[in-house]
Design a protein around this ligand. Sequence first.
Ligand SMILES: [Zn+2]
Length: 326
Amino acid sequence: MAEGGPAPTVGWVGHPFLRHHRPGPDHPESPLRLEVIEGVLEAKGLLDRLVRLRFALATAQDLALVHHPAYVELLRLACEHGFGYVAEPETRICPESFEVASWASGGVLAATDAVLDGRVGRAFCAVRPPGHHAGPDRAGGFCLVNHAALAAEHALRRRGLARVAVVDLDAHHGNGTQAIFWERPDVLYLSVHEHPLTLKYPGTGWPGETGAGPGAGFTRNVCLAHGAGNDEFVAAQEDAVLPELEAFRPELVILSMGFDALATDPMAHLAVTSDGFRRATGRLVEAAEGLCGGRIVSVLEGGYDLAGLGPAAAAHVGALLGTLTG
Ligand SMILES: [Zn+2]
């Protein structure tokens, strides 16, 4: 935030129903993730400073912005008929999963409208299941529907924007988002992730993957080595993400905000702390202030250490609010 400027308003998307996607008691993508985030935001007095946004269920037309209708129908039927998973054994579903994912997308679309209408300056969407591994016609990882990609398409096709950037700070590469926008010059996809990842998921995100056809040069993968910490994480923003944003001049920044780069996270091997998330978010906020009126829609992706997730999300939200503590 510019010194002396007014504090920005930050919208909040969250709802208890989003906890009804239950991938199983031993699955890392637990409904408790939302509970701990909300609990810490409340305890730190941050939740009261957010503007709670109303939202509706995303429709089939909404989901078709980035997903093939046949995939959406397959996912709906798989949930309805009680299948245990789609795509990969860890992509677990329950009967409520399709509806929860649709509510999550609806929340992110509402946040995008609120930011574009100027009702809030930025927004944080505490939604699940996450989305960045979901591609045009498939689920992947713990992801069913790609909420961040939907928000970008909504802003471009329905709200008339010409350029949207999707910045992905999850510890894993967002292979779904990359696939969706691979040939597109109007979406800049920037992913900062651990690579090569010891757990080998998803296996994409090499620096040489930069888009194709009209989208050549509009995908950028920034790799962090095993064990990279706050300095490397923030340097990735300063040395790679911010220069790309400045060259692209987005009208809106969608943030795929994972917290699995935390040192304590079981799904990756980075060593970022809450302070690293605060500093990285602060850099992005400053850049967005100069480029697009500060318009950021932040969408929760991964983050599986239940003890560390709440404080990390609070540091992120504090930086979106422009406060140095949180
Ligand atoms: Zn992840």
